[in-house]
Every structure is written in C-alpha cells, then in structure tokens.
Design a protein around this ligand. Structure first.
Ligand SMILES: *Cc1c(COP(=O)(O)O)cnc(C)c1O
Length: 359
C-alpha cells in the first residue's frame, strides 16, 4: 500500500524537537468530536468545563485552570501573576524563560527582572538561589519573589521527587513563590512513575505551565494555579495578552482526549523509551559522549563536528550548539523504532574514525 505523502508520509521522522511531530490520534479525535454544531464562545462551553475537571482529577485538587495557545504565554503570564514589576524571578541560566521567550516574562510583567542562577544539568543550585535572595535586602535591589524551575529540564534531566521537595522547601524558606515550566511535565511524570500531585503542589508548586503541544496536541498549554489567590483576574490577563481563544472548545478538547485515554502519560513514556534506545546507539558510536544524564525524552551528546556535518548531509535534523560539537536528539510520541534504527544505521556507517567514505 502506498503511503499518503501528506500524512505519516515519506518525509523521515526527525530528532530536532518534539514539536516536529504532528497531532496524536487521541487529540485529533477529540477535536473532531468537539466539532459538532454550536457552542458558547470564550470558554463557556462543556468541553472547557470537562477538561478543567479532568485536570483537577489528574492533580487530585481543586486547582484553577486556564488554556492558552503556547508555552511562552503560559510561562510569562503565569509568572506575571505571581509578582509585581519591582520584583524579580529567579531561574536557571539555561531556562526557556530566559533563553527562548524573547523577554516575554519581563514584557508581560511590565519589567520584572529575571535573575539567573547556574546549577548542574539544568537544575537550579539551591545555594545559588539563597545567595540571590540574601545578598541584598535593600530597596535598590529587585525584590526576589518567584523561583521558576523547569521539569523536565532544558537539558533533558528530571528533578527527582526528593530534589523537587528540596526546591519547594527552599522556596518556602526564602519566601519565594514556586513556578514550574512543565512543557515536558508528562515526560518527567512518566520517567519517575509518581503521581502528578506529588510532582507539583504537594512539593510546593504554586503555578504550573502544563505542556500540551510537545506531547501530541496541535496547539495549547494549560496554566494551572494550585495557589488560587494569584489566579484572581488571570482571565483578564490572558485576554489582554491575546491569549483568550474565542473557540476555546478546540483548545480544551484535546486535553479531554489525552487525559481520558491515558495517552497524556503514555505518549511521554513512549518518547522517553525511544530516547533510551537512542542513547544506547549513541553510546556505541566512537567519538560520541553523553553530556547530561538521559532522564526524559532528549539525549545530549558531544560528537565530532565532522560527524554532525555528515549526519546533516544525510538529511537528519537535530539541534546543535554552534561550534561546540554538542548536539541534542529529541524523541516524541511519534518516534518509532524504525526511526531510531535508521539513525543508528547512519551512526554506525559514519561513526568509525575514518567516516563513511574511508576505503
Ligand atoms: C517548548 C518549550 C516551551 C514552550 O514554547 P512555545 O514555543 O512558546 O510553545 C516552554 N518551556 C520549555 C522548557 C520548552 O521546551
């Protein structure tokens, strides 16, 4: 049977990012089911109500839920709700909020300053966080108000439950509210096999950006307020920022599809498993070294620049960090064993010391 060129398609799967993948069947079907007749606009519809209830069940608590179009909006609006313009937000130097959101957090909070800390493998160093807070207490310093962490991190690692509790304790001790960028929360959940509540509010998270897009939806992230007080008037904030969907049912419905079917965690578990397989292949390739522990759906490696070049010549897309000989391979709900086998074959072919063209 011929493959339909548009759909699963002849175009090979890629390892650049989990948002290269399309829409998973459960999300697609839920969108189709919501596409019946008329419904009230702006979130006053049964799908939005149902999706919010399912998220409350998922987290086992009466949280406030908002649906926005993307992660940049979810993070920056969520952070803006947690602080005033004269406050500061502490986050890791490699965080998406700092490096990939074009200053949106500062913009939507009217100038709240981002303070950066370092830390191994993309996780904040808690001593550095303390230093950031305690080094000044005068009126001239932007008052630290929020700690923002990413789970799973930008470097493909996962805060263990113990580590996360330590983060929560530290935030509480320092009087900081805790925000979590959970663009890949599901991958962390699948990796640890714990309850969503344990990985969020029970560890002290006030506001969670919960990822949908990278885990199989077309579009959309949820902003979850476990602490309901800063959620007050958040609907106005979303509207002003252009993040209130008028046909909200289509942002909400995929959550129903993914949560009711269990695909939300299953998709992430699949992506993690694929990354583990890929890690095995990469480890066997001469000159390639794993640079951060592979704990979710990404493998970070250093590899000879020539090998990077040759893989790209063969049509593989993956993120490289220019000039540094580092690369990131990301798996998604859509990655298949065959995709990994194809990449592995090229790695084997190219990866010996003399490259593929050697005699
Ligand atoms: C992808 C991603 C986001 C969301 O990015 P958008 O492109 O704005 O949807 C947020 N945080 C992290 C860590 C991400 O990887």
């Amino acid at each position: 049977m011929k493959e339909h060129p548009g759909a699963a398609g002849p175009r090979k799967n890629q390892f650049a990012s989990d948002n290269y993948a399309g829409i998973c069947p459960q999300a697609w079907q839920a969108m189709a089911e919501a596409n019946q007749g008329y419904a009230n606009a702006y979130g006053d519809d049964p799908w939005t109500a149902r999706a919010c209830d399912l998220l409350r069940e998922f987290f086992e608590t009466d949280c406030q839920v908002f649906f926005v179009f993307n992660g940049t909006a979810a993070n920056s609006l969520g952070l803006a709700a947690l602080c005033h313009s004269y406050h500061s937000v502490i986050c890791h130097e490699s965080s998406h909020v700092e490096t990939d959101e074009c200053g949106a957090a500062e913009f939507f909070s009217n100038g709240t300053k981002i303070l950066l800390v370092s830390g191994a493998d993309g996780k904040v160093d808690l001593n550095a966080v303390e230093h950031c807070v305690r080094r000044r207490s005068d009126i001239h310093y932007p008052k630290p108000k929020v700690l923002s962490i990413t789970q799973a991190t930008e470097l493909g690692t996962v805060y263990s439950l113990e580590e996360l509790r330590a983060v929560g304790d530290q935030a509480r001790r320092l009087g900081l509210r805790l925000h979590m960028d959970g663009a890949r929360f599901a991958n962390a959940l699948a990796a640890l096999g714990v309850r969503p509540a344990d990985l969020s509010w029970r560890a002290g998270v006030d506001v969670l950006t919960l990822g949908g897009t990278k885990n199989g939806m077309a579009v959309g992230e949820a902003v979850i307020f476990f602490n309901r007080e800063p959620a007050d008037e958040f609907d106005y904030r979303c509207k002003q920022a252009g993040q209130l969907a008028s046909k909200m049912r289509f942002l909400a419905a995929p959550w129903i599809g993914l949560l009711e079917s269990g695909a939300y965690v299953r998709n992430a578990a699949h992506a993690n498993r694929c990354a583990a397989l890929l890690e095995k292949q990469l480890r066997q390739t001469p000159g390639v070294a794993i640079t951060h522990p592979r704990q979710a759906n990404a493998v970070f490696v250093s590899m000879p620049p020539l090998l990077i070049e040759q893989l790209k010549q063969r049509g593989w897309h993956f993120y490289t960090f220019i000039g540094s000989g580092h690369a990131r391979f990301m798996c998604s709900w859509r990655t298949t064993d065959a995709d990994i086998a194809a990449l592995a074959a090229d790695l084997r072919d190219l990866g010996h010391p003399h490259g593929a063209s050697a005699p």
